[in-house]
Design a protein around this ligand. Structure first.
Ligand code: DAH
Length: 333
């Protein structure tokens, strides 16, 4: 009976030593948990050794049981201690990796700002939105119909020469003005209408200080029962006042195929009359082209170049400055 007894005791001693060594060399909490399961788990080494207790003499059991408990407590204690050590090492490492040096100089992020064309568009749209207008947009590649035909400018109309057009090989064109949005909007909406349509337009112009082949316009359109030239005049006056301040303005008779009568508007700016926009009462033919009855509805429209406004407002000498992305220039606005 001595053999199984010392066997078990030796097994317990060996188990304890093996466990102690394994715990001592563990470096992660996950591995440590694996060791706990391996040695103290339900199916762990200690349970297996204790399985042999059944073969012991009843008188031996308390002693072996006691030393098994002792081994268990020792292993458990070492596990606990190692766990605490690993946990604090983990916290330590985290603190070091997340350390913040509050004395380090910061990173400089230059502050961005809106491009003068963008801010001019936004300012103008703000005025019209304040007057109850909705912002609308249309495509830059257009058909002849929307850019000319529906705007009362048939193929043989001499007014087509006013706007040298970029034609595409598929028969489409790059819109020469935002007036095309008038037609698109009216086709999809019923009066009363109040829209402002900003966007890029294209013309075969030679680039110089005041011309660019690509520039921006904002189009205004109002259609309702009983609108008159007085409404147009009042709207334009309020708009120009908001942009330039309370300056003298004048309406000069002009011609556009899509308005009748038509006018150009000048602002007296620093002692000179500056032409700033075209406008007029929507031609009945334009209303007819979208299926509105010109006996019931009248409308007014206006269009102006954004670059022109930006240049006047900021006293710019050359339109090309607006496209060069030269930060020394753009930072001024
Ligand atoms: N589309 C014209 C142009 O590009 C500007 C214009 C004039 C627009 C009169 C209008 C208008 O809506 O009524 O020169």
């Amino acid at each position: 009976m001595t053999t199984p007894l010392s066997d078990l005791e030796m097994q317990l001693v060996a188990l304890k030593q093996e466990a102690q060594q394994a715990i001592a060399t563990t470096t992660t909490l996950e591995d440590l948990e694996q060791l706990r399961i391996k040695y103290l788990g339900k199916k762990g080494s200690l349970s297996q050794v204790l399985g042999g207790m059944g073969r012991l003499d009843a008188s031996e059991r308390p002693r072996i049981g006691a030393s098994a408990n002792e081994v268990k407590e020792i292993i458990q204690a070492e596990l606990d201690q190692k766990k605490a050590t690993l946990q604090s090492a983990q916290i330590e490492a985290k603190l070091i990796s997340e350390a913040l040096d509050v004395t380090m100089p910061g990173v400089f992020y230059p502050q961005g700002r809106a491009h003068p064309l963008t801010s001019t568009i936004e300012r103008a749209l703000d005025v019209f939105v304040g007057l109850g207008y909705t912002v609308a947009e249309g495509p830059e590649m257009e058909t002849d119909y929307y850019n000319f035909e529906a705007l009362n400018t048939p193929a043989d109309h001499p007014a087509r020469d006013m706007q040298d057009t970029f034609y595409l090989s598929d028969g489409n064109l790059l819109r020469t003005h935002t007036s095309s949005v008038q037609i698109r909007y009216m086709e999809n909406n019923e009066p009363p209408i109040r829209v402002a349509a900003p966007g890029r337009v294209y013309r075969r112009d030679t680039v110089d200080a005041t011309h660019s082949a690509v520039f921006h316009q904002i189009e205004i359109l109002a259609v309702d029962e009983g609108l008159t030239f007085t409404d147009l005049r009042g709207t334009i006056k309020i708009f120009l006042e908001a942009m330039f301040g309370d300056l003298p303005i004048r309406f000069r008779p002009s011609f556009f195929p899509f308005t009748e009568p038509s006018a150009e508007v000048d602002v007296q700016w620093r002692g000179r009359w500056l032409e700033v926009l075209g406008c007029g009462m929507v031609d009945p033919n334009v209303l007819k082209s979208v299926g509105y009855d010109p006996e019931i509805y009248t409308g007014f429209a206006a269009g102006f170049g954004v670059e022109r406004f930006a240049m006047v407002l900021h006293q710019m000498d050359d339109i090309r400055r607006l496209y060069n992305s030269d930060l020394r220039f753009l930072r001024q606005f």
